[in-house]
Design a protein around this ligand. Structure first.
Ligand code: NAP
Length: 288
């Protein structure tokens, strides 16, 4: 298939590489053009604007940092919607429900949301879990690409924003899980119990979860650099959850706690730590 891919950050570059590896014809665009070099060397075509990259593509994928980036690339000057033929657009980014609505209603494209669970190493291994929602025809068309980049597609409905809602709920749950485990680890350590022992008992009995398997080493060693998922992106997501909760009048007090800890983490430890560094903040607050 002829595929266009817009956004070659940590996630996008890894995903685009797997599309190329699966034998598809790939055109790429990134705001900072130098990030396309490796893909171009591997056979991708590079274009100067999102619209040029989208030209003639059967599907355009976007994998961009946040709402602002997706807005600029879709609706901005030389954006996706100025491409000649109304493109099929599959959005992989973690964005707000409001923007998913706007993308769905926009004239001049056929849109589906397909945000992903999995960090850049998981993306590189083509093992992402893809949560998909949108018109059946769009999802069917994207199926071969989903197969090339992920291990599983989880369809959740016809309205694209439903997939974004699942992604936001999932990221909130990851943060809440890290908060709970972080507090338990601090309590154990403060009282003379080997925190690795507590972790082993809890994850081996009641709390066997991929979240703890993935984040266990970082939590136990309190090693949060380099960031797989930078804390500022995590804060962006907690703000998106907060907007959805506020709009729909759902009190989420736990969200308030993890959001504050994430903000404190970035303030104290810098912009380049992983979001799991809230565990370090919790330990520091306990005097550890
Ligand atoms: P990243 O490495 O920071 O890459 C961000 C991408 O967005 C880059 O291509 C960047 O372009 C582009 N961008 C940022 N602002 C822009 C703007 N105003 N206009 C145009 N392009 C802009 O982030 P990532 O880790 O790949 O994450 C991408 C998305 O995936 C986010 O929505 C994130 O929440 C989600 N996600 C991430 C992970 C993870 O573990 N990292 C996991 C699941 C989902 P430049 O190169 O020019 O800066």
């Amino acid at each position: 298939m002829r595929i266009a891919f817009l956004g070659l950050g940590q996630m996008g570059a890894a995903i685009a590489r797997n599309i190329l590896n699966a034998g598809h014809e790939l055109t790429v665009w990134n705001r900072s053009p130098d990030k396309a070099a490796t893909l171009v060397a591997a056979g991708a075509q590079q274009r100067g604007t999102p619209a040029e990259a989208a030209e003639g593509a059967e599907i355009v994928f976007t994998m961009l940092a946040d709402d602002r980036a997706v807005e600029a690339v879709t609706f901005g000057e030389n954006g996706l919607l100025t491409a000649k033929d109304g493109p099929v657009h599959v959005g992989l980014s973690t964005i707000s429900l409001d923007l998913a609505r706007k993308l769905t209603e926009a004239q001049g494209q056929h849109y589906a949301s397909a945000p992903v669970f999995g960090r850049p190493n998981v993306a590189a291994a083509a093992k992402l879990n893809i949560v998909a929602a949108g018109p059946e025809a769009v999802l069917a068309k994207a199926q071969p690409i989903f197969a090339a980049i992920g291990q599983r597609v989880l369809p959740v409905g016809d309205a694209p924003l439903l997939a974004n809602l699942v992604k936001l709920c999932g990221n909130f749950m990851i943060m809440a899980s890290l908060e709970a485990m972080g507090e338990a680890l601090a309590l154990a350590e403060k009282n003379g119990l080997d925190k690795a022992k507590l972790f082993e008992v809890l994850t081996g009995t009641l709390f066997g979860s991929a979240v703890f398997t993935n984040y266990g080493p970082a939590m136990l060693e309190r090693s949060f650099r380099p960031a797989g998922f930078p804390a500022p992106l995590g804060l962006k997501d907690m703000n998106l959850v907060n907007a959805a909760a506020t709009d729909s009048r759902v009190p989420m007090p736990l969200l308030g706690t993890v959001r504050e800890h994430l903000l404190q983490t970035i303030g104290q430890q810098g912009e380049d730590v992983d979001w799991s560094a809230i565990v370090g903040t919790i330990a520091a607050n306990a005097g550890l």
